[in-house]
Structures are given as C-alpha cells and as structure tokens.
Design a binder for this molecule. Structure first.
Ligand code: ZN
Length: 348
C-alpha cells in the first residue's frame, strides 16, 4: 500500500482558534502529520510524493470563485495596514442575508467571512500550498485505487468540513470528496464515502447530497452537542436523485467501542447494499478516548476492530486522513488501524 505525502502540508501552521469564548491553542498542527508519517515509516510502508493537484479535478468539487479566494487570500490580507498574523473572520452572512440579494464583496475582510463557515479555519501564508498538497495526496490515492489497489492519503489540513465554496472546522479543500469524484472520473460507477471521524462530515455530505452515484455514511458525535452543530442528524438522507444515499449515525457523548462499532457495522451493511466499486474512507482518530476534546470514548482496540471490519469489505479503498489531535497516540492508532485493515483486506 502506498502512502502519499507532500512536505508542503507542513507549511500551514495556525496558532489559535476560538472555543467557548476562549482563545485556545490550535490543535491542527504540523506535528500531527509528522507523527503519522513516522508511524507509516515504522510500518515499512512506501511513501510517495503526489503529482501536483490538477485544477480540473479541484473544480469538480469546488467553485472557481472559492478557489480564487483561497489562492488570493493571503496576498490581499497582507496588503491591509492593520491586521493579525492569521486570517480569522469576524463576520459571516447569515441565512436571511444569503436568501436576500447578498453577493461576495470585493474587499478581503468581507470575502473572508463569505467563504468561511466559522472561526476555526484560519488562513496563513502557507495555507493554500498546504491545502493544495493535501488535495494532491487524496487525488493520487484515488488514482491508485482506480487501479484496484489500496492507498493512504496523509492529508493535512483535513477536508471533510470543507464545502464547495466554504472553508470550516480546520478544512479548506474537501480531500475525500475530491478522491470520490476522481474515482468516478476514472471509471468507478458507484463510490461510497465512509466517514468515521468523530465530527460529522458536513462538507462531504453537502457535496453529494443530491447524488445517487456516491453513497455517504458518517458515524459521529451527536451534533446537538458537538461540532458541526447544525447538521449530521439521523433524518438527513439526501435529496432528489440522492435520496437514501446519505446515512447519518450520530452517537451520544461518551459512546464506547460497543456503540461505535455497532454504528460502523450498520454503515458497512448499508455500503454493501449500495454495491460500490470503490471506497473512500475519511479516517479520523478523534473518536479515541485519549483525545484532547474527547466526545466519544473509543479504545485502541476499537480502532483495530474498525480497521478489520472495513478491510472485510475488500474494496479498492482510498484512506484519507481527517482529524485526530493527540500527537502521542495518533501514530499508534494509525498503525493499529492499518495493520488490521490490510490483514482483513488480504484474507481470502
Ligand atoms: Zn474531527
């Protein structure tokens, strides 16, 4: 199994985010990627650099205006006389404003608010190159999977909270959605995206909401009490041609291995019933009980069991890294997950 990784992903290094009215140290740091890369090397996995992200592939998920914003944002911000070291919005257009005659403004402060969902996606000088590099790992992994293999995209920053035209929750480009679209373009008739990060994959759900060819299943903390707050509930099932092709399995605070693995089994049964040609896995380690902002309480063994259960699908699979913020444990969890996944996928 190839691991795709690009050192440009280290260039995004925000320092803080707002939580419960407090400035907190940002948890989505370059150390995360370094810990995962070290774990891959310790496992003896081959690490390859991806080709640069294809602009045509990016435009399959994201709007031209949003991509232009991300590309130009730091330059425009840097031209302001009085500014912080990181781009953080202080205003967003609400639903009534968007439903009216609102348009993206010309100035960078208004554009920043327009193209972000929250304050947890600061933009720094290295954000756009890092997001592009992360997207490139996901696209390269998808290309491997299109050849019938399994691949791991060591993607950072993560992607599953990014919408077609909006960043949010530490995410800028939706790496998993890009991988799924790439697989469709490479000939997969039906693709499933399984998201086991602790947070609902709201951006990915939005991308495929109306699609019958891409099944989206997410196992996550109850959004009544956890990010992304507004969507990710059981009743959300897709719409139009996508009706029934979205499955949300929210879990209560403190849900343990038994509850998490039961929800995962339900998601896997639905994926089997859908009959995909390939799988994209949004893999987060933040369901772990050792996480700094733990909501779920999954054990180390729980991740190994999840890896085995997903491996038993025996689908060509692009594993795309999402969250997980305990630097001490995430390398171990990745090894446990991948060992069990690869063993189950190889078993006859
Ligand atoms: Zn997460």
């Amino acid at each position: 199994m190839l691991v795709f990784w690009d050192a440009a992903e280290l260039g995004h290094s925000p320092h803080f985010f707002l939580q419960r009215g407090m400035l907190r140290r940002h948890l989505e740091t370059p150390d995360r990627a370094a810990a995962l890369l070290a774990a891959c090397r310790a496992m003896g996995l081959a690490v390859a650099a991806p080709q640069p992200a294809d602009p045509v592939a990016l435009a399959r998920v994201h709007t031209p205006a949003y991509l232009a914003f991300l590309r130009e944002a730091w330059g425009a911000w840097s031209a302001l006389d009085d500014r912080g070291a990181e781009m953080v919005p202080n205003v967003h257009p609400g639903a009534e404003i968007l439903a009216g005659c609102a348009v993206p403004p010309a100035g960078i402060i208004g554009r920043l608010g327009w193209y972000t969902a929250d304050t947890a996606c600061p933009i720094t000088a290295g954000t756009w190159p890092a997001a592009l590099a992360a997207a490139a790992t996901a696209l390269a992994a998808a290309d491997e999977v299109a050849r019938g293999r399994v691949a791991f995209a060591l993607a950072r920053p993560p992607g599953h909270h990014a919408f077609p035209a909006r960043a949010g929750g530490h995410c800028y480009l939706n790496n998993a959605a890009l991988a799924a679209e790439r697989l469709r373009d490479r000939g997969a008739g039906r693709v499933a995206v399984l998201d086991i990060d602790a947070h609902h994959g709201n951006g990915t759900q939005d991308v495929f909401w109306m699609r019958g060819d891409v099944f989206f299943a997410s196992v996550h903390g109850d959004p009544d009490h956890y990010y992304p707050w507004f969507i990710g509930r059981r009743g959300e099932r897709g719409a139009g041609p996508g009706e029934g092709a979205t499955l949300n399995l929210p879990l209560p605070l403190g849900a343990d291995d038994a509850a998490w693995l039961a929800a995962l089994a339900q998601a896997l049964a639905a994926i089997r019933a859908f009959g995909p040609d390939a799988l994209v896995l949004s893999l987060g380690f933040d369901p772990s009980r050792s996480e700094p902002l733990a909501f779920l309480a999954v054990s180390d063994e729980g991740f190994a069991r999840a890896g085995a259960a997903i491996g038993r699908l025996r689908l060509p699979t692009a594993i795309v890294q999402e969250g997980g913020y305990n630097i001490e444990s995430m390398g171990r969890l990745l090894s446990l997950f991948l060992d069990a996944f690869l063993a189950a996928a190889a078993a006859s």
